[in-house]
Design a binder for this molecule. Structure first.
Ligand code: GCB
Length: 605
């Protein structure tokens, strides 16, 4: 099959998009009989369930919530014969963690990885002016080759259970929208943009990939609808004089229209809203359009009541409003690529995004992520399954960069979260992943990974590959917590000094710090889990952040309370949220608001 396009689905002069969201048939394959019984031809005794959503939190029984294995979805779509002569693609924005798609009983495609889009082309099996059956076999098992990583165990009675090496609930299902797209046979498949600034002018270098040879033309309109630039050919430059640049929390988006023309006939048309900006690391500073920026914000999750990790545009909107209210300007898509609509909103609101691939849990651990802070070396990168893991990682990276490369909001790629970098075997793997990311991105955005405590100046074999260092640090919580917090600041500063003594000159960003606190829990004097403790903890971190010139960003963990596996480390989820899971402020929110509203965008610039 031709490689499918990663372009976001849009209805244009030549394209049609049909929303397939809604209630689908659904069944957990508890006995593993779906294949043998040909559920691809129709699921017997099915339940009905909303798409998009995680399936887990709808049900009232634990077996369904914790279900591990294959699960099946089914819907029907009526395809009108007016669409004859076009490509027909069913586009899944994400099925977690893998899927096989059957259309009218025929296996069309399969996809590994639960956070990036893929298409099933139904041209050869379509029934015109009739219902077409779409069946998806999903699977949510974790392994040493899945992104994210973990294991799947047998409970002894045929039931399976996942044990994630990471700290978020293993939500699964058709978690993002499904759309049917009808598009011309000769079509625009991809567009890649890069920006150059010279004085008051901007040069948008582009390349367009199409499936034919007809002429390609591009038009760029400003926000008032005036033509700002135009060009012809699959590669070229759009020259924008007196360009309005995309700035942090002050976004400006141009409207780009691309057409394939056959004389006067529009063969295909696609459009996108794009911000013009440059971003780079310069010494220990970040420069946006040549000016220093300081990152303030969060590590987040896609996580909310009832729909789990399912796309919920209302929650996305509320999150942006809260981030604006608190004075944030950035976030990391911890620990997986988010829904495309999140980046569109970040483009529009002027947020800076560190975009993370789902390479999390690359640190073998008994209880979710717990061993990651224990100092135990797991030699994760010495396992015989490494080649398959790497193939999956490279594929996800390519999909991520292809999907997100034109977003002005995306300023950096995070290639791992908290991997085991203590063994020298990690280095060759890291080297190849970093090299591939740099090769894929024409904008050459900085590449990095989030390092946990064991990735220390003494032990880390991979930090030198990063263009800036991202630290996940919990001095005063997992380490030197409680009364021992009196020693946390000295230990924290000692580590930072050791990094500087190693000769590291790039920017440092704190991509995680924070402590669990229960909303409304007060205690004087402070104890862990109380509001008072978190205030002392944050005072410590803010003192440290303010006293090192190299620290150019603070993204607290986490934006909101979120669901994890159950266990003695978690009280019905991780409570490090600055906001509750229902998106209301906890006391910490007011402390951060006070600080962030007063930190200038070019702080320490
Ligand atoms: C981390 C992980 C994150 C956890 C967090 C925590 O280091 O990157 O996924 O949720 O710590 O709260 O322990």
């Amino acid at each position: 099959m031709e490689k499918y396009s990663m372009l976001y689905p849009r209805s244009t002069a030549t394209r049609r998009v049909l929303d397939l969201n809604g209630m689908w048939k659904f069944r957990l394959d508890k006995k593993g009989e779906g294949d043998a019984e040909n559920w691809k031809d129709g699921i017997p005794n099915a339940d009905w369930i909303p798409v998009p959503a995680s399936f887990n939190d709808f049900y009232t029984d634990k077996e369904s919530r914790e279900f591990t294995g294959d699960f099946w979805y089914e819907t029907q779509v009526y395809v009108p014969s007016e669409w004859k002569g076009r490509h027909l693609d069913v586009r899944f924005a994400a099925v977690t963690h893998r899927a096989v798609v059957y259309i009218n009983g025929v296996a069309i495609t399969s996809h590994e990885g639960g956070f990036l889009p893929f298409c099933a082309r139904m041209d050869d099996v379509v029934k015109w002016d009739a219902p077409n059956r779409i069946v998806v076999k999903g699977n949510n098992e974790l392994s040493f080759t899945s992104l994210p990583a973990g294991i799947t165990v047998d409970l002894g009675d045929g039931r399976k259970m996942t044990k994630p090496f990471f700290d978020f609930f293993n939500y699964a299902g058709i978690q993002r929208p499904v759309k049917l797209m009808a598009s011309p046979m000769e079509q625009i498949v991809d567009v890649t943009l890069n920006h150059r600034l010279e004085g008051a002018d901007a040069f948008v270098e582009y390349s367009v990939e199409t499936t034919g040879d007809h002429e390609t033309v591009l038009f760029l309109y400003d926000e008032d609808g005036n033509l700002a630039a135009e060009s012809r050919g699959k590669e070229g430059v759009l020259t924008v004089s007196n360009a309005r640049l995309w700035e942090v929390r002050n976004a400006y988006l141009y409207h780009l229209v691309i057409r394939i023309l056959d004389g006067d006939r529009v063969v295909d048309e696609y459009f996108d809203d794009i911000g013009i900006r440059t971003f780079c690391v310069d010494g220990n500073r970040f420069l946006l359009n040549g000016h220093p920026v300081y990152l303030k914000g969060f590590g987040k999750h896609e996580d909310s009541d009832i729909v789990g990790r399912g796309f919920n545009i209302g929650v996305v909107k509320r999150d942006f409003e809260l981030m604006k209210w608190i004075g944030a300007n950035s976030f990391r898509t911890s620990h997986y690529p988010y829904s495309e609509e999140v980046y569109q909103m970040a483009d529009r609101e002027g947020f800076l995004v560190i975009d993370e691939v789902a390479a999390v849990g690359f640190f073998e651990s008994l209880v979710n992520f717990v061993d990651a802070v224990s100092g135990k070396a797991t030699t994760f990168f010495s396992r015989p399954t490494l080649p398959q893991l790497k193939a999956n990682h490279l594929a996800a990276l390519e999909e991520l960069i292809t999907r997100d490369k034109n977003h002005a909001c995306v300023i950096a790629w995070s290639l791992f979260n908290e991997p085991d970098t203590m063994h020298e075997n990690a280095y060759p793997y890291f080297k190849d992943i970093f090299a591939r990311a740099r090769e894929l991105d024409v904008q050459k955005r900085p590449c990095t990974f989030a390092m946990e405590l064991n990735s220390s100046p003494e032990k880390c074999h991979c930090y030198q590959l990063s263009d800036f260092l991202c630290f996940n640090r919990y001095y005063g919580w997992y380490l030197l917590g409680g009364y021992e917090m009196v020693n946390a600041e000295a230990a924290f500063r000692k580590e930072l000094d050791a990094w500087l003594e190693k000769g590291v000159t790039c920017p440092f960003v704190f991509t995680e710090y924070g402590c669990d606190h229960l909303a409304g829990e007060h205690k004087l004097p402070s104890v862990q889990w109380s509001v008072e403790y978190e205030q002392e903890y944050l005072d410590l971190y803010h003192r440290v952040f303010d006293s090192y010139d190299c620290i150019k960003g603070e993204q607290i963990w986490n934006f909101a309370d979120f669901q994890t596996v159950e266990g003695i480390m978690r009280v019905n989820g991780n409570k490090k949220g600055v906001f509750t899971r229902q998106r209301q402020p906890k006391e910490t929110a007011y402390i951060l608001k006070k600080r962030w509203e007063h930190l200038p965008v070019d702080y320490k610039g």
